[in-house]
Design a binder for this molecule. Structure first.
Ligand SMILES: Cc1cc2nc3c(=O)[nH]c(=O)nc-3n(C[C@H](O)[C@H](O)[C@H](O)COP(=O)(O)OP(=O)(O)OC[C@H]3O[C@@H](n4cnc5c(N)ncnc54)[C@H](O)[C@@H]3O)c2cc1C
Length: 415
């Protein structure tokens, strides 16, 4: 596979770009693999990559019913941060954030990680107390954040109206090394490396059944035939309930659509990510100049991947208060993704009741930022047969035992 470099770009410029090889192969499924991963979103691909890189397991297939990153991975608003309240969350999100720092070099693929800084606005006294508490917790966890004054908010982001009519800005939780990355590139970069390691990334291959014998997984049934495996990883986000059903167990998960939209492109006006959780909206500016805007999740369970007018209206109205500059912007596109929500708003990385079958799900509205750390932890679990330190607290048994990792209140909005 061609190594991407300035030299390669220059060389190809002299030969009409005829020398580039395909970024990943498109193989037919083999009869058997050591490990099958269902779902070629970021988490599934990262799991496969770290299985190969960290554990030397390369006889791996990643099966995707649609196209690479066509699920939530290619639909999110790309916010990366690790300023979570609870210790297990801060550990895995900070591991992920730190892996993002040099992911482009590691994958030899530009994922456009942009640590431009993320601020979560405090617009009520309750939020001020909550974010100060998170800043103290982060200090203990080794995650660099600080609570900043309204004046510094204005300095970092001049387009914010800090004296808003309903909700003035009272400060913010600021993470200077949080930011964004190009979501498709994260999926593509991992897929390319998996393919380079000899793994089979197989698109348009839908898993329709899971076969087992004596309580141990034997393989999967797909629209392209039966495929056997020694170990199985289910990494399908909003479809987790369906696939778990095929494996014979239930999950404490609800699937709902989460929506986002982008405006027409405008000149650079905002070089940080801002989350305004009280009015419920968050915004950043893409490299193209579009304002990337995220809203809330639908209030009812569903499997649509569309946006809806009432959400746009609600989100844009909310953001108008804090960013009057957007009031006359045209909105260009809207879409939805099916997110997998747990009751405590924390993920599940766990062995399952079916032997040699493992699951990674429940990232809900905030799993893009976690992709490298989640893949790292899930690969370790699949390779060793039990969760390592990063994933230990995220097992399915926490719901039976009441050991919740409650990020729902701490995060306000979880992206
Ligand atoms: C609008 C929106 C905004 C968001 N904003 C952010 C954000 O700013 N920051 C953040 O950190 N997170 C955000 N998220 C959440 C984030 O996108 C997800 O948590 C993350 O992408 C989940 O990745 P995944 O790999 O688990 O799932 P997905 O990317 O959904 O991948 C799962 C894959 O499994 C495949 N699949 C399903 N069933 C089968 C089957 N039977 N056989 C084969 N393949 C199957 C699907 O086709 C899909 O490609 C947002 C999500 C949405 C929808």
């Amino acid at each position: 596979m061609t190594r991407y470099s300035a030299f390669a770009v220059a060389r190809e410029a002299f030969r009409d770009h005829q020398g580039w090889t395909r970024a990943w192969a498109s193989p037919e499924p083999k009869r058997k693999y050591d490990v099958i991963i269902i779902g070629a979103g970021g988490h599934g691909l990262a799991t496969a990559y770290y299985l190969g890189k960290n554990h030397g397991i390369r006889n791996v297939a990643i099966l995707e019913k649609g196209w690479l990153g066509g699920g939530n991975t290619g639909r999110n608003t790309t916010i990366i941060r690790s300023n979570y309240l609870q210790d297990p969350s801060a550990a895995i999100y900070e591991k992920a954030r730190s892996l993002y720092e040099d992911l482009s070099q590691d994958l030899n693929y530009n994922v456009m990680f942009s640590p431009r800084g993320v601020m979560m606005l405090a617009q009520t006294e309750h939020e001020v107390r909550g974010y100060k508490r998170t800043a103290y917790a982060n200090a203990l966890q080794g995650v660099k954040t600080e609570f900043i004054s309204p004046a510094r908010v204005k300095e970092f982001c001049p387009i914010i109206e800090i004296r808003g009519p309903r909700y003035p800005v009272l400060g913010a939780l600021w993470q200077a090394r949080g930011g964004t990355a190009r979501h498709d590139a994260v999926a593509w970069g991992y897929a390319r490396k998996c393919s380079e390691m000899g793994m089979d990334v197989i698109q348009k291959c839908e898993v329709t059944g899971i076969r087992s014998d004596g309580g141990v997984v034997k393989g999967v049934t797909t629209n392209r035939g039966d495929i056997d495996c020694d170990k199985l990883g289910i990494v399908v986000a909003g479809h987790s309930g369906h696939v778990a059903d095929m494996a014979g167990f239930r999950l404490p998960i609800e699937s709902v659509a989460l929506q986002a939209l982008v405006s027409e492109p405008i000149k650079p006006c905002m070089d940080v990510v801002v989350m305004a959780n009280t009015v419920h909206g968050y915004m950043s500016q893409s490299d193209k100049g579009e304002m990337v805007i995220g809203g809330g999740a639908d209030g009812y369970n569903n499997y649509t991947q569309r946006g809806s007018f009432h959400h746009i209206e609600e989100t844009v109205r909310a953001l108008n208060e804090t960013f009057p500059i957007i009031s006359r912007l045209k909105m260009l596109r809207m879409w939805g993704g099916i997110v997998d929500m747990t009751g405590d708003r924390s993920p599940i990385i766990s062995p399952t009741p079916l032997g040699n079958c493992f699951i990674n799900c429940g990232w809900g509205t905030g799993g893009f930022k976690a992709i490298p750390g989640s893949g790292w932890a899930t690969a370790e679990m699949i390779a060793k047969g039990a969760s390592g330190p990063l994933a230990a607290e995220f097992g399915l048994d926490r719901f039976r035992e009441g050991r919740f990792i409650d990020e729902s209140v701490a995060a306000g909005v979880a992206h």
